[in-house]
Write a protein that binds this ligand. Sequence first.
Ligand SMILES: Cc1cc2nc3c(=O)[nH]c(=O)nc-3n(C[C@H](O)[C@H](O)[C@H](O)COP(=O)(O)OP(=O)(O)OC[C@H]3O[C@@H](n4cnc5c(N)ncnc54)[C@H](O)[C@@H]3O)c2cc1C
Length: 493
Amino acid sequence: MSNVDLLYKELLSTFPKERVSRDEAILNSYAMDPAVLVGEATLPALVALPQTTEEVRDLLVAANRFKVPVVPMSRGSNIAGLSVPHEGGLVVDLRLMNKIIEINSDAAYAVVEPGVTHHQLSLEAKKNGFINHLPTATGGGSPVGNYLMRPSGNLSAKWDPDPVLALEVVIPSGDIIRTGSASFGTAGWRSRYGPFPDLTGLFTCSYGTLGIVTKMSVKLYDRGEEERLLITKFDSFPPAVEYMKLIVRRNLADSVTFWTWVWNMLHQLMISKSTVLPKEVMKEDQRTPPPGIPFGIASARLSGYKDVVDAQEKTCIRLARELGGDYIPPEKAKATYPGSWAYLNSYFVDGIHPKPGEDSTLRIGDWLSGCLVNAEPSKVLEVEQEMWRFAEKYAKPPYMFRALPFNHAREFFFAFVILVTGSMDEQKEYMEQLRDAYKNFYYEFLEKYGAIMFRFRQDPSFLALTGPYGELLRKIKNLIDPNNIMHPGVNLF
Ligand SMILES: Cc1cc2nc3c(=O)[nH]c(=O)nc-3n(C[C@H](O)[C@H](O)[C@H](O)COP(=O)(O)OP(=O)(O)OC[C@H]3O[C@@H](n4cnc5c(N)ncnc54)[C@H](O)[C@@H]3O)c2cc1C
């Protein structure tokens, strides 16, 4: 009997049978996450759906005994190829652990399980007068999966982009660890820090390679008396960066994002059922918008007391004009870009994802999600130029970018997206070419511009570049997971 057979046999006697499966059709549905351009499909040997922390512990202890690789999956919606199963391994699908355990309105946090979706948490937060951090992902993704990876989204600027407070984590030994204030039984879930080194940080950006997070407390943010969307336009990227830097550092906005014109046009499709691309976005010269359309718009979220928001809005408009940009009043924005207005308003002001279900934000094509980096403000200007050159050499239209200040504008998140339309079969060769071209240029590019990759992407050579930092992490990994069962295929270690 193989180790997987032994594990299966044990689970049949210890785990509810209806929630563990070896059925080929079911296994096939787990073979790939949405990152079609990053990873290859792989079949797991087993899938289990726990409902409690204790069930997660029993699964990990059994998998550890039989040395069967484990891939945790909260909602499986990442686009970096991170929840791809390990061949012959066990997928722990956490979607049935979907309870919002607590909304603490007094201390402004929520405690959630990993199967809770962005949409679920946003609605509950709103009911209680709060907004939570929301990526432009899919409403069906999870805050736990997303926040564990340092998210970018609707609140990235004014408040830091790290909404994680305390965790409950199960490690392969079967120990259930609570971090931050939750490590003291009576202190509750309000704080990331206790008087000891921060272990919450150890599990963030670990992509399931150290343990399974079964509870997380997350920051909620007060909605204030007034919430407002402010749209300004710019004819090039440098003044837009300066504008974003100023309004974020001076706490004039909760967040601001710059979208190039193609992205702006696609917002219409993101909220509608239409799958017809506007013909303008296929134009050869993607740097130059059609006449009458600005190069890009910056959308900012303002919130707080009404008189303060009025003053903030006035100041933002003045700064935009001083930098050569201009304000687009709401009536004009609604009439000119109805899709963008609805999308941005729902996402930034309501804090409710415009696509609440499992749907991706755009279903007419696949994103080449490779070009996601964080760079310093002056370097992000060079990154922009480099990305256009890359796209002009290797890509077909449409392509576009969005950029937003992170970390109080000490760095900018920059997402250059190439949209690949048509069927996977038709576009296979083109996608492979893009993937190869991108791989070849990536590390050189990161080094040249002092950028860091936004999310790890399955490259085992990367940790070695970090020297003693990587060595220490390897030692910690060996201590926590000596049999290397936790998501070995993600290649972090
Ligand atoms: C169209 C689109 C746009 C997107 N835009 C953005 C964006 O603007 N900003 C942004 O930040 N993200 C964005 N994303 C990414 C996405 O939002 C998140 O990656 C996603 O929400 C992660 O949640 P998930 O539950 O689907 O994670 P999964 O795909 O299930 O898991 C992701 C990784 O985390 C690990 N993991 C998951 N759950 C656990 C757990 N409980 N314990 C330990 N490890 C775990 C997995 O093993 C895997 O390595 C986008 C995604 C899509 C599809």
